[in-house]
Design a protein around this ligand. Structure first.
Ligand SMILES: Cc1cc2nc3c(=O)[nH]c(=O)nc-3n(C[C@H](O)[C@H](O)[C@H](O)COP(=O)(O)O)c2cc1C
Length: 365
């Protein structure tokens, strides 16, 4: 148990414990404009006893948005809204990184600038359905395959978003390269069929990730930048022919850049945002990839106190990231420390709405 509550140095900062809050999309930003506001500040401040809060995924541009009411970090109002969040978390003694997000093909034209098609490495629609701007389900559209100048513009959007995150008072940023969104779509060969310098070989498929990370590091310094991957995750219709080689290479690239941390999601929880199924028979990615990153390694997906402690004790991770349990237990670190009972989450209030299922989960009595 001690290890979970030991401080940890991650890049340029030291955090007070190794119980981290996972990035959790809640679709509760103020409308219009996808602006964080007081309610979001209250929610995050309630969870400030986490060693590190990683915010919900936050679109770097309108094109990067894939669901209604997710927050952005590209307008002045959004920056001012996030400043309320970071001020509240800091006042409560917490540390908070912003998760930078571009969804790529996981979007719908109703959410895109001028009603255009979602964008992707290749014109391949994911199977399944997407939530439109008016909260209705619709089939995925076939995305527009990005041109090289369009890719360069997206790298510029990441840089601007990183600058905005700095202005909003965050302690750092996490580049979201997991769960089948744009950077993951470039990494994995099920979604990337390009034959230019952004496709084909593993080196080429990692090029956009490297360029985005370099742009973000140019704003923040490597010691304030983390990255998230989901090897073997099938959420959002993902697949790759050789995940070990791909993610070992990608983590090696991140290692070279001396990022603050690498964050890897266990594939057993690949669909945690949609259901509570546990996928069996897939590798344990913390033990598989830990050695590929020379630095702080953090692991998410299906953890309880016991698995968390065992994983730290084995040296497979330096900190453990909790998602669903943090939704319903705002004081999760205190509860784990006291071995106190945990409140069960209500999945029906995960996305959208206001206080209910968001800021009304009680702390321990
Ligand atoms: C409601 C909900 C929203 C999520 N949103 C995000 C997100 O914005 N960004 C992300 O990288 N992962 C997201 N995830 C995945 C979680 O960060 C985490 O990896 C997953 O829930 C598994 O951890 P857990 O078993 O502790 O819940 C989400 C999961 C849930 C349940």
């Amino acid at each position: 148990m001690t290890q979970l509550f030991d401080p940890l140095k991650i890049g340029d900062i030291t955090v007070k414990n190794r119980v981290f809050m996972a990035p959790l999309t809640r679709m509760r930003s103020r409308q219009p404009g996808n602006v964080p506001y007081e309610l979001n500040a209250e929610y995050y401040a309630q969870r400030a006893s986490a060693g590190l809060i990683i915010t919900e995924a936050t679109q770097i541009s309108q094109q990067g948005q894939g669901y209604p009411a997710t927050p952005g970090i590209y307008s002045d109002e959004q920056v001012a809204g996030w400043k309320k969040v970071t001020d509240a978390v800091h006042a409560a003694g917490g540390k908070i990184f912003l998760q930078l997000w571009h969804v790529g093909r996981i979007s719908h034209s109703s959410l895109q600038p001028n009603g255009g098609l979602p964008v992707a490495p290749s014109a391949i629609a994911p199977t399944g359905e997407v939530l439109t701007a008016s909260w209705k389900m619709a089939p995925y559209e076939t995305p527009h395959a990005l041109t090289i100048p369009e890719i360069k513009a997206i790298i510029g959007d990441y840089k601007k978003a990183a600058e905005n995150a700095k202005a909003a008072g965050f302690d750092g940023v996490e580049v979201h390269s997991a769960n089948g969104y744009l950077l993951d779509q470039f990494l994995q060969d099920g979604s990337n069929k390009r034959d230019d310098e952004y496709g084909g070989s593993i080196e080429n498929r990692c090029r956009l990730l490297n360029e985005v990370v370099d742009a973000v590091v140019s704003v923040w310094g490597a010691g304030r930048v983390g990255v998230r991957f989901s090897p073997y995750g099938t959420f959002n219709d993902m697949s790759d022919s050789n995940p070990v080689e791909l993610f070992t290479y990608a983590l090696g690239q991140m290692s070279k850049r001396k990022l603050a941390y690498a964050h890897v999601i266990e594939p057993r929880s690949t669909s945690a945002g949609g259901n509570d199924k546990v996928v069996d028979g897939l590798p344990n990615t913390s033990s598989l990839f830990r050695k590929a990153f020379d630095g702080v390694f953090i692991s998410a997906g299906g953890y309880d106190a016991q698995i968390a402690m065992d994983t730290l004790a084995k040296g497979d991770a330096d900190a453990i990231v909790f998602g669903r349990l943090f939704i319903s237990n705002p004081d999760l670190p205190e509860r784990l420390k006291a071995a106190a009972p945990l409140t069960r989450y209500d999945r029906s209030t995960f996305y959208g709405g206001a206080e209910k299922g968001y800021t009304d989960y009680p702390k321990m009595a």
